[in-house]
Design a protein around this ligand. Sequence first.
Ligand SMILES: [Zn+2]
Length: 159
Amino acid sequence: MKLEKKSKHSDRYDLVKRGGNSAVMEAKKTIAARCYRLKSGHALIAKYRLRIGRRKDMKCWWCGHEYQTRDDLFKWCKRWKREQKRLWVDGQEGDDGYEGVEKVFKKLKISLPMSLVFAEEKCLQALMDFVSCTDVGRISGVVEEAENSDHEESSDGGV
Ligand SMILES: [Zn+2]
C-alpha cells in the first residue's frame, strides 16, 4: 500500500486562511489608495472632477459649500465635523492611537496646508483613519452631473 502524501492539503488550508485575511488587507489597500489619490490631488473631489470635465462646478455635494476642495473636506465641510475634530484636535487613544494633527504641528488647522499634513509621516495614521471613517474621495455619495444638464429643478414649492 502506497501512502499518499497530501501536500496539497496544507496549501489549500493556507489559501483559505489567507483568503480570510485578504478581505482586511484589501480594505486597507483601498483606504491607502484613496489616501494616496487625495494626497496627489487626483481624487474624487469636486475640484478635480471639474478640471477633468465631469462636473460643471466645484460645489460640495455634501454641505453645499461653493468650493469642494481638499482643504474644505478635511477641515471645514459640515458633513464630516466629528471626523475632523478627531483628525485635528482629539486624535485617538489606544494601541494604534495617534495625536491630533494640530498637536503634531503645534499649529491650528487654518495655518496648515493639506500638502504639509500629507507629507508628515506622523499624521499618516490620522489621515488614514479620517479617510476610512468618511466617504471623502469615494464614489459613493457622489451625484455626478452630466455636462449638458443645464435644466433647473423649478419646482421647489416646499416653504
Ligand atoms: Zn462640504
